[in-house]
Design a protein around this ligand. Structure first.
Ligand SMILES: Nc1nc2c(c(=O)[nH]1)N[C@H]1C(S)=C(S)[C@@H](COP(=O)(O)OP(=O)(O)OC[C@H]3O[C@@H](n4cnc5c(=O)[nH]c(N)nc54)[C@H](O)[C@@H]3O)O[C@H]1N2
Ligand SMILES: Nc1nc2c(c(=O)[nH]1)N[C@H]1C(S)=C(S)[C@@H](COP(=O)(O)OP(=O)(O)OC[C@H]3O[C@@H](n4cnc5c(=O)[nH]c(N)nc54)[C@H](O)[C@@H]3O)O[C@H]1N2
Ligand code: SF4
Ligand SMILES: [Mo]
Length: 686
């Protein structure tokens, strides 16, 4: 027997069948992947029966994590919560979630924090992921849905501009839609400092200096206006704020933009001409352009460009963000973000509080207000007035948070750390209590993919004995803390989520498990059972009060930390095909560990020669925050002023900066200043 479900990893949520023993085959009936999977998808079953799986709770006793029964683990957790909240108030306990959790878990986690703990201290790793794109989309359109159209629309595009995404490695089946567009004569423009597998497929690769996308986007808009390609009719009918835009880009003439970005003026002109020609045009942003201390303004500049060209809300065209984690989209809609309640409601909106409090059976006045953002939350742990306890569900911040050395110290400074995970991640290894969680193919639920399509995750195999679901754990803890109304079964939690989301921006009330089973997937918003769902948002109006999209003037600025004499190189970080995120899962899967066994520092041959580094030598990379060592890879694919490190192993984030975007609070993962030298073995005196 095989069970149709979806991949545990990225936001494409490729459809797959799981057979006995975790054997995986691709599904043909899911449009996002249409029968293709990447190597991570094919091998996802291995972790189900891995010997590295956690199968019993662990509790720190005499310095060691030792197996204990569930009763002991749960009473220790609730005992610590009570003790800490008695001394430090409800905010003494914090919660950190993840964009890989199902909608049901994300919802239950948010409710648990607000109702059972009554803490305002909850945020999640999605803040590190798409928060800048979300903030820019909210600002322009009044709504954030990663792709406001089905991913298959890309196949009909005449031009796709992809800023800062390496989809050939991060979402391989996504490339099919781009390849189909190119087969039909469409053009692909890629903006990336590296000549990635994706950039190699592009008709035009704009190889900019890291952190200069904002200037590049302003330069493209300057040219679109100068060439007379702005869509005056669309601008008049569907937008506001255009009057200030021309002057905001007037100083970004091509030669100046070339000086700032390093992209030749001739290439800028070519890109602007391609974008200006009539036809279906799509502008996409991903982490390269977004994970910057000016990520929100950078995405805004790309949205301004798209609006000037008349793309958003026009069938076949548009702007979209290529979201990241499996449930990156749904994870941000149902309340694990510091400032949100289910249905993409704002926690500081009295009507939203009233509605959600009614569903939860509590007094709206008892719901806490907005808390700090992910990095700020992690950085406050165990400090003056900060939380004394943290519960982590579905994230490994000891590896993936910016300035991770400092965050690991914060985690150690806590009185109590509890981590729920499948494996003993680096964060779990620091915990006082570790809970063994069921994983994707062992439980039911829903995921919302990068298109805003709600999908069914189905239970295909039994979890190992001793393992429990996150929903069960949260319900058990809630009861012990004296809170009522926490359900254990995914179906029941989803039914409650539907009611909680009703009337919100991300309205799921018309979506039920039965319907998902029948139809395969439904796009939100879907406000009633008979409603068809919304594959394309913004066709008639934007989600702003006046229905018009808003131009917001923005200006370029340097990265928070620029290169100088002491730290003369840019470090940028990202992903490789065979590893996922902090690597907690994929480093434990043999074929993936063989394909990508270790971290590396990618250097241009000219730079390597200057530093006297040869392939395989170890490089020591130093920033103002720390030092990391890794073997060297030499490649002409990278600029000579930039080095690249993947963050799937501990190391890269010892270097990264904790500068945050002022609007989205997104960390600047993509740019910091480093120096690189050969790592000579240290002589130790006898
Ligand atoms: N194999 C794999 N796939 C994944 C993941 C994974 O960990 N591994 N994670 C998933 C998740 S959560 C996410 S968020 C997505 C991320 O998907 P992507 O956004 O495609 O991934 P990244 O590798 O972080 O960054 C993309 C590119 O940005 C470039 N870049 C670096 N600095 C800059 C800059 O200043 N400007 C521009 N324009 N580009 C820059 C990098 O060179 C890199 O090629 O992938 C998802 N899929
Ligand atoms: N330098 C640098 N750092 C980055 C980035 C970058 O580009 N550069 N990208 C950032 C981005 S976009 C992201 S999304 C973050 C991701 O970084 P993390 O938040 O660390 O993501 P994962 O490694 O996926 O961590 C998920 C953890 O939860 C566990 N897990 C999986 N499913 C479940 C479940 O259902 N329940 C429970 N309880 N546990 C589960 C996994 O085993 C794993 O340990 O990293 C960010 N960090
Ligand atoms: S592209 Fe993403 S969803 Fe598809 S198989 Fe690979 S990791 Fe899974
Ligand atoms: Mo992400």
């Amino acid at each position: 027997m095989t069970t149709p479900t979806h991949c545990p990893y990225c936001a494409l949520q490729c459809g797959m069948n799981v057979a006995a023993g975790g054997v995986i085959t691709p599904r043909e009936d899911v449009p996002a992947n249409g029968g293709a999977l990447c190597q991570k998808g094919w091998t996802a079953g291995e972790l189900l029966s891995s010997p590295e799986r956690l199968t019993t709770p662990l509790m720190r006793t005499g310095g060691e994590l030792v197996p204990v029964d569930w009763e002991t683990a749960l009473s220790r957790i609730t005992g610590e919560i009570r003790r800490i909240q008695a001394g430090h108030g409800p905010d003494g306990v914090a919660v950190f979630g993840g964009g890989g959790l199902t909608n049901e878990k994300a919802y239950q986690l948010g409710k648990f924090a607000r109702v059972a703990l009554r803490t305002s201290n909850i945020d999640y790793n999605g803040r590190f992921c798409m928060s800048s794109a979300a903030a820019a989309a909210q600002r322009a359109f009044g709504l954030d849905r990663g792709l406001p159209f089905p991913v298959t629309d890309l196949a009909r595009a005449d031009v796709v501009l992809l800023a800062g995404g390496n989809v050939a490695e991060t979402m391989p089946p996504f490339v099919r839609h781009l390849a189909e567009a190119r087969r039909r004569g469409g053009r692909l423009i890629v903006i990336d400092p590296r000549e990635t597998a994706t950039a190699r497929q592009a008709d035009l690769h704009l190889r900019l200096t890291p952190g200069t996308d904002l200037a590049l986007a302003l330069g493209l808009l300057h040219l679109v206006i100068a060439d007379g390609h702005a869509d005056e009719e669309y601008i008049a009918a569907r937008t506001t704020g255009w009057a200030e835009i021309a002057s905001s880009v007037s100083a970004y003439w091509p030669e100046r933009v070339e000086r700032v970005t390093g992209v030749p003026a001739a290439d800028l002109r070519r890109a602007a001409r391609l974008l200006g020609a009539p036809g279906n045009r799509v502008i996409l942003t991903a982490r390269g352009a977004e994970q910057q201390s000016k990520g929100t303004d950078t995405v805004t500049a790309f949205i301004n460009l798209a609006l000037a060209l008349g793309l958003p809300g026009t069938p076949g065209s548009g702007w979209g963000c290529v979201t990241g984690q499996g449930n990156g989209q749904g994870g941000r809609e149902h309340g694990q973000k510091a400032d949100q309640l289910p249905g993409y409601r704002r926690i500081d909106d009295p009507a939203a509080r009233e509605h959600v409090a009614r569903v939860w059976g509590v007094d709206p006045a008892d719901l806490p207000g907005p808390g700090p953002s992910a990095y700020e939350l992690l950085d406050s742990l165990g400090g003056e007035g900060g939380p004394r306890a943290l519960l982590v569900f579905g994230s490994n911040p000891a590896v993936s948070a910016p300035r991770a050395g400092r965050i690991a110290r914060r985690l150690r400074a806590l009185d109590f750390l509890c981590v729920s995970d499948l494996v003993l991640s680096e964060t779990a290894a620091l915990a006082d209590v570790v809970l063994p969680a069921a994983q994707w193919a062992e439980e039911d639920g829903t995921m919302t993919n990068l298109e805003g399509r709600v999908l069914r995750r189905r239970r295909a195999v039994e979890p190992p004995p001793g393992v429990r679901t996150d929903l069960w754990v949260l319900a058990e803890l809630a009861v012990r803390l004296g809170a009522r109304g926490f359900r254990r079964e995914p179906y029941d939690v989803f039914e409650e989520l539907r009611r909680a989301s009703a009337g919100g921006a991300a309205d799921y009330s018309g979506i039920g498990y039965e319907r998902l089973d029948r139809e395969g997937g439904v796009f939100w918003p879907c406000p009633a059972e008979g409603h068809p769902g919304t594959p394309r948002v913004f066709l008639d109006r934007f989600a702003t009060p006046d229905g018009r999209a808003r131009f917001v003037p923005v200006d370029h600025r340097a990265p928070a930390e620029d290169v100088d004499e002491e730290y003369p190189l840019y470090l940028t970080t990202g992903r490789v095909l065979a590893q996922y995120q902090s690597g907690a899962q994929t480093r434990r899967i043999r074929p993936l560990a063989e394909a990508a066994p270790e971290p590396f520092v990618e250097l241009h041959p000219d730079l390597a020669e200057r530093l006297a580094l040869a392939p395989g030598d170890r490089a020591r990379v130093t920033s103002r925050r720390g030092t990391a060592e890794a073997p060297v890879r030499i490649s002409t694919a990278i600029r000579p002023d930039t080095v690249f490190m993947p963050f799937h192993w501990p190391g890269a984030n010892l270097l990264t900066s904790d500068a945050l975007d002022p609007v989205s609070r997104m960390p600047e993962f993509k740019v910091c200043a480093v120096r690189v030298q050969a790592a000579r073995p240290v002589e130790v005196a006898p």
